[in-house]
Design a binder for this molecule. Structure first.
Ligand code: NAP
Length: 275
């Protein structure tokens, strides 16, 4: 019988997860299919119970369900600390994981860049930033968290300090601290379609020793990345995080490694069609 995997969210029609997973499933010759379902927050508990009862192989969660899921699943320690779940596995009850930070870590490491002992300036303190900051702190980075709403940066730095090194600053201090950074990560939505002319980092602030990673992937080459490249910095585009977080979820569900190149090709084609 065909194994069913799914992503739940609302809205969900924009999700590219079916594209990347179904490409990998076909390439691997598996009898499986990955579907997207619109699930409202108030229906999450029923949807998860239904998926479990029907023998789904696993479920991903996206906006606005990641935080709400903590009430219904047993989170692994890191997902509990992050405060959000994007992957639910049914093999042993209903276990929750967060693979977003692992996806970001692999995106950087796959570019041949080591994270240990690096100073990472993280722009943002929302959901994606929380996932990234915990995984990067675990990997031995020193984090400088910069966010528009300073209380959120402070609270995230405090939470992360339990496992690693983290300081926080307001946006007005960005220019001062960017000089200390080895890696700059934009994990805000600034620069995302349709506001593609926006950036939080002035071109003059960047330097050639910097690696600049933008997790926004619509467009792939954001204004931040274009200006970083022009400043001589190395750049990493956001679709790699999307692929690696998906592949990590599939590994949790099945133990199988999905092929990056196949997923990347399918994703770039789909992004090309959307942009
Ligand atoms: P979120 O929880 O809503 O957080 C949004 C973050 O962006 C907050 O830090 C917010 O600052 C900041 N922000 C938004 N508008 C801003 C502005 N005009 N000026 C300064 N800061 C601004 O969202 P999220 O789930 O973390 O997602 C953030 C982005 O990452 C989205 O574009 C999403 O598509 C992308 N993403 C990519 C991947 C991937 O796999 N590549 C995975 C997850 C998310 P305040 O706290 O001050 O509001």
């Amino acid at each position: 019988m065909e194994q069913v995997f799914a992503v739940f969210g609302d809205p969900i029609s924009h999700s590219l997860s079916p594209v990347i997973h179904n490409a990998a499933i076909s390439a691997l010759g598996l009898s499986a299919r990955y579907h997207a379902f619109k699930v409202r927050r108030e229906n999450l508990e029923n949807a998860l119970s239904g998926a479990q009862a029907m023998g789904f192989g696993g479920v991903n969660l996206t906006i606005p369900l990641k935080e709400a899921a903590l009430k219904f699943v047993e989170p692994d320690p890191i997902a509990g600390q992050i405060g959000a779940v994007n992957t639910v596995d049914f093999k042993n009850g209903m276990r929750g994981y967060n693979t977003d930070g692992i996806g970001a870590k692999k995106a950087v490491e796959s570019a041949g860049i080591s994270i240990k002992d690096k100073t990472v300036l993280l722009l943002g303190a929302g959901g994606a930033s929380r996932a990234i900051s915990f995984q990067f702190a675990l990997a031995g980075a020193r984090l400088l968290i910069v966010n528009r709403t300073e209380e959120k940066a402070q609270s995230l730095a405090q939470d992360v300090s339990v496992i690693g090194k983290a300081q926080w600053f307001g946006l007005t201090e960005l220019e001062k601290h960017i000089t200390e950074a080895d890696i700059l990560i934009n994990s805000t939505s600034v620069g995302m379609y349709p506001d593609t002319n926006n950036t939080l980092v002035k071109k003059e602030m960047m330097h050639s020793n910097l690696v600049v990673f933008d997790i926004v992937y619509t467009p792939l080459h954001t204004r931040l990345l274009k200006e970083a490249e022009a400043s001589g910095a190395r750049i990493i585009t956001g679709e790699k995080m999307l692929i690696y977080q998906g592949a990590e979820a599939f590994r949790i569900w099945t133990g199988i490694s999905e092929p990056f190149d196949v997923m990347n090709k399918a994703l770039l084609t789909a992004l090309g069609e959307k942009q």
